[in-house]
Write a protein that binds this ligand. Structure first.
Ligand code: GTP
Ligand code: MG
Length: 195
């Protein structure tokens, strides 16, 4: 699945703009700056594909990337960005709900959690939304390179505890670093085995 080329297809701001649901799709959700775009770049091995920036909240649209002919990788807008105007937040929340509950080919959502911070309130909210939308989700820990191995267990316990409350949660947690490449092959394999 990851052998082919990856390309940015389009940014979507309304359901009418969604590309044809003609292939498997996975999406990446997470707080602003958690590392969604960087993870997509790492998975596809294409630097600069999904714009990774230091400015939080820059990815405002649902961004579709093709990975070969059989897979879409979908970069969702970052949530929990305090400076975004309420109207903007509400608009994308509406779109997100419609997308999550209405997309037939969506196989799994990956909820990205910063290894330094663990599950926050806004993450809980997105997990609840995934529960109610009946979208199986799996947690991907990001920026693992920023946390020493001995300090990871405590955060992982907190994440496991949070997941236990969510019926749509897939229990396996994937620890990644887009910077160092840790966990990237594992995540590719997980995606490749979805059907
Ligand atoms: P928004 O699009 O604003 O929601 O952010 P995002 O979730 O797409 O985050 P992005 O990939 O742009 O990364 C945010 C910042 O974190 C950038 O400065 C990245 O270089 C950095 N970053 C992302 N992944 C890693 C990682 O694995 N390790 C380290 N050390 N830094 C990372
Ligand atoms: Mg981004």
């Amino acid at each position: 699945l990851f052998a082919g080329q990856s390309e940015f297809l389009k940014g979507v701001v309304a359901m009418s703009g969604l590309p044809p649901a003609d292939r498997i799709e996975v999406c990446f959700a997470g707080r602003s700056n958690v590392g969604k775009s960087s993870l997509i770049n790492a998975l596809t091995g294409t630097k600069g594909l999904a714009r990774a920036s230091n400015t939080p909240g820059r990815t405002q649209e649902i961004n579709f990337f093709t990975q070969g002919p059989e897979l879409y990788l979908v970069d969702l807008p970052g949530y929990g960005y305090a400076n975004a105007p309420l109207a903007v937040v509400e608009k994308w929340q509406r779109l997100l709900k419609q997308y999550l509950s209405g997309r037939q080919t969506l196989r799994r959502a990956f909820v990205l959690i910063d290894t330094r911070h663990g599950v926050k309130k806004v993450d809980e909210e997105i997990m609840k939304l995934l529960d109610t939308s009946a979208v199986t989700f799996q947690v991907v820990m990001t920026k693992a390179d920023k946390v020493k191995e001995k300090d990871r267990a405590k955060i992982l316990d907190q994440v496991r505890d949070a997941l236990s409350k969510h019926p749509a949660a897939y229990p396996e947690i994937v620890l990644t670093s887009s910077e160092k490449g840790d966990g990237i092959a594992t995540l590719r394999s997980i995606i490749a085995h979805l059907d």
